[in-house]
Design a protein around this ligand. Structure first.
Ligand SMILES: NC(=O)c1ccc[n+]([C@@H]2O[C@H](COP(=O)([O-])OP(=O)(O)OC[C@H]3O[C@@H](n4cnc5c(N)ncnc54)[C@H](OP(=O)(O)O)[C@@H]3O)[C@@H](O)[C@H]2O)c1
Length: 317
């Protein structure tokens, strides 16, 4: 099958598009004919030798990509709920296996959900990792609800644009950070307040926040540390880019705040709920651009620029 191949960790312009053996199905895995694969920052982080590089090194040539949407080619067994021909979307456990930037992927059946009918394969492939991360942070951990004030950093990005919509859907008052060109976009997703992080310091504008969903951390402008200044006593700080602020636990505890990191789980049940919200018209999926597989280098370069609105997607077939 054709796939994006990382033969050695290094700059993303060195990844190859080549032939590799198709994945074998084990146990209750499903073989999916991948139509489209969504991109996430972890894909380039691992490709350049950070992220999950240590874990996938034995798999070189490794295939990047977690998100995918496609059609089931092989089911776990005859009477299983998932059957050949089903249109599905989900998250490949690409920390442990080869990923989804390929014509086929092996995916645990519990990581899959029916593709939302209202979405193309390209749009569906944009959803799993970003939306499941946003769901875990905003819905499962923060328990977004009316009366709660939530600040979401990077509200225009992949995770952020879902996080804003989920927080609003569950009734919270939503503030987000974005640059000027994305302010109307993030307001359109339902944010009550959008702070232009290049013009204003968010801690000068926002106060008494219950939850901060931090998608930046201390790798830019001390976003993590400064977030503690907007939280109420007992408020919750969620650090999503793991490694972006190693000291968040001690810093939050010293100020009487709660904190946690967040790590996405390939949860097909929650993905199915998200798919139903999408089909009901309650959640919008923003795809900035779809690239054919041959232009994956260009897609990687744009992703690494750090200013994608919504998602980038690779069209595989
Ligand atoms: N722990 C996990 O399981 C997990 C899961 C998913 C993602 N992550 C991590 O979470 C982070 C976000 O992921 P993502 O997919 O949402 O990334 P992304 O889509 O690449 O984020 C891009 C967005 O970030 C915004 N941005 C850049 N600098 C900003 C700043 N200083 N303040 C506010 N917004 C800023 C940009 O908006 P402007 O163009 O307006 O600046 C852009 O829309 C990444 O580090 C990713 O690796 C972790």
């Amino acid at each position: 099958m054709r796939a994006v191949l990382v033969r050695a960790f290094g700059p993303t312009d060195q990844v190859e598009i080549g032939e590799i053996e198709a994945p074998l199905k084990l146990g209750t895995e499903v073989i999916v004919d991948v139509h489209a694969a969504g991109m996430n920052p972890i894909d380039y982080k691992t490709t350049i030798g950070k992220g999950a590089a240590k874990a996938v090194e034995p798999l070189l040539p490794w295939i990047p990509g977690g998100d995918m949407a496609g059609v089931v080619a092989e089911a776990p067994y005859e009477a299983h709920d998932v059957q050949p021909g089903d249109a599905v979307f989900g998250l490949v456990d690409h920390w442990r296996t080869r990923g989804s930037f390929a014509e086929q992927a092996a995916v645990p059946s519990l990581a899959l959900a029916p593709k939302p009918e209202s979405l193309s394969f390209e749009e569906a492939a944009a959803v799993p990792c970003a939306a499941l991360t946003a769901w875990d942070a905003v819905v499962r951990i923060a328990k977004a609800r009316a009366g709660q004030r939530i600040l979401i950093h990077a509200g225009a990005g992949g995770v952020g644009h879902f996080a804003v919509q989920f927080a609003k859907y569950f009734g919270a008052h939503v503030a987000a950070t974005a640059s000027e060109r994305n302010i109307d976009f993030v307001r359109g997703l339902g944010a009550d307040e959008v702070v232009d992080y290049r013009k204003d310091r968010f801690e000068d504008v926002l106060q008494k926040v219950d939850v901060v969903v931090d998608l930046i951390g201390n790798v830019q402008d001390d976003t993590g540390s400064r977030s503690l200044d907007v939280l109420k006593h007992g408020g919750l700080y969620l650090n999503v880019p793991t490694g972006s602020w190693p000291d968040y636990a001690a810093a939050t505890a010293a100020r009487g705040l709660r904190a946690s990191s967040v790590k996405v789980e390939p949860d097909g049940a929650n993905l199915g709920i998200i798919g139903r919200l999408i089909d009901a018209g309650d959640v919008h999926v923003e795809v900035q651009q779809v690239y054919p597989l041959d232009r994956v280098h260009e897609a990687f370069e744009t992703l690494q620029g750090g200013h994608v609105r919504g998602k980038l997607v690779i069209s595989v077939r």
